[in-house]
Write a protein that binds this ligand. Structure first.
Ligand code: IPM
Ligand code: MG
Length: 364
C-alpha cells in the first residue's frame, strides 16, 4: 500500500439523518482529496430500513460484497419507527449486525474527549470533565449479540426466549491485544471491564487479560466490574484511558460516556478487523460510523450535527487508508470551529448541518 493514492470507499448513508450527515463527510473528504492529491471513489449502497423497502432485505449479498472489496466503509445510521415492528422478520439493525460480522470488524473504537468549549453542554460538573480522554474498545462480533442459542419457543405451554453470552479465547485475546497496543501510544493504562463475580465468560475474559497484562508490564492493567465502571464513568471519568469490554457492556457504557462530550452528535467510531503483520500499523478493514442513531424526529430538517460523521471519516483516513496527516487536519479543523463557537441545534446553536460542515471546510 506504499504511496497508494486511489481509494475506494463504500458509503452506506442508511436511514433518518444518516444521508444528511454522510453527505457532509463526503464533502469534507473531497476537499481533503483535492488538497492532498488523492482520489477517493465513492460507491453508495443501501443498508438498513431503506434496503428493506427496496430489496426486502436489510443487507443484500451484493452490498456486503461491495463493502468487503472497498478500502473502507462509511456508514450514517440505520433504523426508524417504520421498521420497529418486533414481529417483523427483518429489521434495519439486523443488517448492521450482519455487516459487522460479515466484515469481521471485531474491535469497535469509541473515543470520548471533552472539548473545553463544550464543558457546559454536559450535565456533569465542569471539574469532573477536565482531562477526559477515553477510548472505549467494545468487542463487536461476539458476546451476547451473536451467541447461540438465540431464539424463542413455547416450552411446556410457556413462552420462552434465550440469548447467550459466549466467547472463545481467541476472540478475547485479539481485542485485548489491540487495547494494549493502543494504550502504548497513550497514557499506558487499560481498564478491562467485566462481570467476573457472576459470569463464566467474564472469568475467561479476566484470565486471558491478566496473562496479556503480564506480557505488557509497561502498561497498567486494572480489572473493573461493569456496574462499578458505569458509576466511575460519571463520578471520575478522567480516571480512564483505554477501556476494553464485552459487546453489550460496551454498547451501554458508550452511550453513557457520550453524555460527557455534551452531545452524542459529536462522537465518531471505528470498527476494525484483522490487519497484516505489525499490528496496529498496517491498514485494516474498517467500518466507520458516528455513534448516534438515525434520529427520526429531526430527519429531513437539515439540522443534525455532522461532526460525529466527519470525525468518523478522519478515523477512516487514519486506520484504513493510513493517511495520518489528513486525519489530523480534519480533527484540527473540527477543534477550531468548536473553539470558535460553531454550534448545531444539539449544542444549543443555530447552524444547519450544511453550515457546520462549511465552517469545518473553511478551516481545512
Ligand atoms: C450501536 C447501536 C447498535 C448496537 C444498534 C443500532 C444495533 O446501539 O452501534 O451502539 O447495539 O450495536
Ligand atoms: Mg448503542
Amino acid at each position: 500500500m506504499e504511496n497508494k493514492l486511489d481509494f475506494n470507499i463504500t458509503l452506506l448513508p442508511g436511514d433518518g439523518i444518516g444521508p444528511e450527515v454522510v453527505a457532509e463527510a463526503v464533502r469534507v473528504l473531497d476537499v481533503i482529496a483535492s488538497k492532498h492529491k488523492h482520489s477517493f471513489k465513492f460507491n453508495e449502497r443501501l443498508m438498513g430500513g431503506c434496503s428493506i423497502d427496496k430489496y426486502g432485505s436489510s443487507l443484500t449479498d451484493e452490498t456486503l460484497a461491495d463493502c468487503k472489496s472497498a478500502d473502507a466503509v462509511l456508514l450514517g445510521a440505520v433504523g426508524g419507527p417504520k421498521w420497529d415492528d418486533p414481529t417483523a422478520k427483518d429489521r434495519p439493525e439486523r443488517g448492521l449486525l450482519a455487516l459487522r460480522k460479515g466484515l469481521g470488524v471485531f474491535a469497535n473504537l469509541r473515543p470520548v474527549k471533552v472539548h473545553p468549549a463544550l464543558i457546559d453542554s454536559s450535565p456533569l460538573k465542569p471539574e469532573k470533565l477536565k482531562g477526559v480522554d477515553i477510548i472505549v474498545m467494545r468487542e463487536l462480533t461476539g458476546g451476547l449479540y451473536f451467541g447461540q442459542p438465540k431464539m424463542r419457543e413455547m416450552r411446556d405451554g410457556k413462552e420462552y426466549a434465550v440469548d447467550t453470552l459466549e466467547y472463545y479465547d481467541y476472540e478475547i485475546k485479539r481485542i485485548v491485544d489491540l487495547a494494549f497496543s493502543l494504550a502504548k501510544g497513550r497514557r499506558k493504562k487499560v481498564t478491562s471491564v467485566d462481570k467476573a463475580n457472576v459470569l463464566e465468560s467474564s472469568r475467561l475474559w479476566r484470565q486471558i487479560t491478566t496473562k496479556i497484562g503480564k506480557e505488557n508490564a509497561d502498561i497498567e492493567l486494572e480489572h473493573m466490574l461493569v456496574d462499578t465502571a458505569s458509576m466511575k464513568l460519571i463520578t471520575g471519568p478522567a480516571f480512564f484511558d483505554v477501556i476494553v469490554t464485552e459487546n453489550m457492556f460496551g454498547d451501554i457504557l458508550t452511550d453513557e460516556a457520550s453524555v460527557l462530550a455534551g452531545s452524542m452528535g459529536m462522537l465518531p467510531s471505528a470498527s476494525l478487523g484483522e490487519s497484516g503483520p505489525g499490528l496496529p500499523h498496517e491498514p485494516r478493514m474498517g467500518l466507520y460510523e458516528p455513534i448516534h442513531g438515525s434520529a427520526p424526529d429531526i430527519a429531513g430538517k437539515g439540522i443534525a450535527n455532522p461532526v460525529g460523521t466527519i470525525l468518523s471519516s478522519a478515523m477512516l483516513l487514519r486506520y484504513s487508508l493510513k493517511l495520518e496527516t489528513e486525519a489530523v487536519a480534519i480533527e484540527k479543523a473540527v477543534d477550531e470551529v468548536i473553539t470558535a463557537g460553531a454550534r448545531t441545534a444539539d449544542l444549543g446553536g443555530k447552524l444547519t448541518t450544511r453550515q457546520m460542515a462549511d465552517e469545518i471546510i473553511k478551516k481545512l
